[in-house]
Ligand binder design. Structure first.
Ligand SMILES: Nc1ncnc2c1ncn2[C@@H]1O[C@H](COP(=O)(O)OP(=O)(O)O)[C@@H](O)[C@H]1O
Ligand SMILES: [Mg+2]
Length: 236
């Protein structure tokens, strides 16, 4: 492992059917803080996260703290400490909030219930409520809490956590991610550029299945032409 690199993705290729969805994608995620995986719709951000986990067939190399993940199946990757909050949140609607959180428990793993309830006090008061009856924002809190809860998770892959949420809830989730990044390394897909700008340090931008830009967030957001080229919008 070299200079604080936690996750090293090298030459990742994904084919789905005949389509070459990811083409030779390489990037690194430094330990600690939030790295942003950005880019327009359909460029391959979700597929990259799924490729890291092994949810899609891929070639290339993915190492976590030097351990090769590509030979492992998804449960093994998860046990190595890769937490995932998918775009569709994956909350179990028929289970209570408490039961959903308990799904994060793995034998021997320390749990961060205090942090989670501090970030999302509602999850404590709504512990007995069925998750399917929660608002979208509350379900997102459950999904994030589940990934954060397990203190053995070394990296969290979080896909568009603020999508479709009301502005007030976007603020809440943004603050929670900021605090979460103090205790975990996060690879964040975020389409809300104001949120990304607030949270992210290093940035990888995908463009049509390939890496289009790697740098820091100020370089990208501070250059309207660059931001427009890669993101389709300039963000002030
Ligand atoms: N299961 C699938 N079957 C066919 N095409 C897919 C599948 N998943 C993703 N794709 C295609 O791969 C490309 C990248 O998708 P995705 O990774 O979801 O992009 P993003 O998350 O950046 O919006 C898109 O063109 C999408 O249509
Ligand atoms: Mg996506």
């Amino acid at each position: 492992m070299n200079d604080g690199v936690l996750l090293d993705v090298r030459n990742l290729d994904v084919f789905i059917g005949e389509s070459h969805i990811l083409q030779n994608v390489s990037f690194q995620v430094r330990e600690g803080g939030i790295t942003g995986l950005l880019g327009r719709n359909g460029v391959g951000k979700t597929t990259t996260l799924r490729g890291i986990l092994g949810l899609v067939r891929r070639t290339g190399s993915v190492t976590l703290a030097g351990d090769e993940l590509t030979a492992l199946d998804v449960p093994q990757v998860v046990r190595r400490g890769v937490g995932y909050v998918p775009e569709d949140r994956d909350v179990f609607g028929g289970l209570t909030v408490d039961e959903n959180l308990r799904l994060a428990e793995r034998p021997g793993s320390p749990l961060r219930y205090e942090l989670v309830y501090d970030l999302f006090p509602e999850l404590r008061t709504r512990g007995a409520q069925r998750a399917g009856t929660l608002s979208g924002g509350q379900q997102q809190m459950v999904a994030l809490a589940r990934a954060l809860l397990n203190a053995d998770n070394r990296i969290l892959l979080i896909d568009e956590p603020t999508k479709g949420l009301a502005p007030l809830v976007v603020g809440l989730v943004t603050n929670a991610l900021k605090r979460a990044a103090e205790v975990a390394t996060i690879l964040l897909v975020e389409q809300n550029l104001a949120v990304a700008h607030k949270l992210v340090r290093d940035v990888i931008v995908l463009d049509q299945g390939q890496v289009g830009f790697i740098g820091n967030v100020e370089q990208l957001m501070g250059d309207p032409a660059l931001a427009r080229k890669h993101l389709g919008v300039a963000h002030g």
